[in-house]
Design a binder for this molecule. Structure first.
Ligand code: NAP
Length: 289
């Protein structure tokens, strides 16, 4: 069985991004800039934000973390987003989710200027994804697609099953897989908690994508022999971090599988950097004209 190593693949992508950013800096006169808004003191969010900061530094981007009190009002949070929208040297704005209780993420995500929305969650970018138009794509599903491509695993013409229909993973991933074009063109089924015969459907998949948030839920009985399995899940358990697949069990039948950690997690951060570079290129081109 092939282990689809997201750590190694993401490192290669980061190296490419660092080279391109260094080459562009000379013409643009500035480096790409990412601003992260972190509200409250959620431990997991703090870790994610630290990892994103480190990745930015490594590729030569400027990164700013704005730490805001959990008790901030909705209006003050919107004002903070407006301030970042107005700054020319900030190419990407990321609002770390989840927000503390009492704050509504939807109007905040919608307030981020679509051209700075490096998480790809703004309705305009989501709509552009639906329509097959260029735009900033959500990082986790984009990371899944890039990992497949870099391992030359094409889902074209294959039966793909996505377990999970969240706005940040399952839904956009299903759209990307079913899009017309190379490295897509799959026939997609989306499963969720209302799905009848989940195991039967997942066993029919040539490409199985699991984004449920249920530790080690998927076992070999749910996997077609020879299937490619992408485990998006990250679960904190007593034994440490694990995915939504039972790795030992699924690896007995799958032809390829992502590890957790070291699979889609690093790919997600690499795609955040790629989106920031994409936004920077658009901004600096517009600023030069
Ligand atoms: P989410 O918003 O909680 O969505 C989970 C989805 O799984 C929902 O659509 C839910 O169905 C479905 N589901 C849950 N239990 C199920 C069951 N027993 N049978 C069938 N469907 C079930 O989670 P998410 O944000 O998409 O994240 C999913 C996982 O990916 C989590 O472990 C998260 O930590 C991880 N994640 C990883 C990355 C990364 O960088 N690697 C990024 C984002 C998320 P309903 O819609 O019917 O409730």
């Amino acid at each position: 069985m092939r282990i689809l190593d997201g750590k190694v693949t993401a490192a290669a992508i980061r190296a490419e991004i660092a080279l391109e950013a260094a080459a562009l800096e000379a013409q643009a006169g500035r480096r790409p800039g990412l601003a992260v808004l972190l509200v409250g003191d959620d431990k997991a969010s703090q870790t994610y934000v630290r990892n994103k900061e480190r990745a930015c530094r490594e590729v030569g981007f400027i990164s700013e973390v704005h730490r805001l009190d959990a008790g901030i009002s909705q209006q003050r949070l919107l004002d903070s987003i407006d301030a970042l929208n107005a700054r020319r040297e900030i190419d990407g704005i990321l609002l770390q989710l989840p927000l503390p209780a009492g704050l509504d993420s939807a109007p905040c995500l919608e307030r981020i200027a679509p051209h700075k929305d490096v998480d790809g969650f703004h309705p305009q970018n989501m709509g552009r994804l639906m329509l097959g138009l260029p735009g900033l794509r959500p990082c986790t599903p984009a990371g899944v697609m890039e990992l497949l491509k870099r391992h030359e695993l094409s889902p074209a013409g294959q039966k793909a099953v996505v377990i999970g229909r969240s706005n940040i993973v399952g839904k956009p991933l299903a759209v990307m897989l079913g899009a017309k074009g190379p490295w897509a063109d799959a026939t997609v089924t989306i499963c969720h908690s209302g799905t009848a015969d989940l195991a039967g459907l997942s066993r029919s998949a040539d490409f199985l994508f699991v984004a449920m948030g249920r530790a080690e839920f998927v076992t070999e009985e749910m996997v077609k022999p020879g299937a490619v399995v992408i485990d998006v899940g990250i679960n904190v358990t007593e034994k440490g971090l694990c995915g939504d697949c039972n790795f030992a069990s699924v690896s007995r039948v799958a032809s390829a599988l992502t590890p957790v950690p070291g699979g889609i997690g690093p790919m997600t951060i690499a795609m955040l950097l790629r989106n920031t570079l994409q936004a920077y290129k658009a901004h600096t081109q517009a600023q030069q004209n």
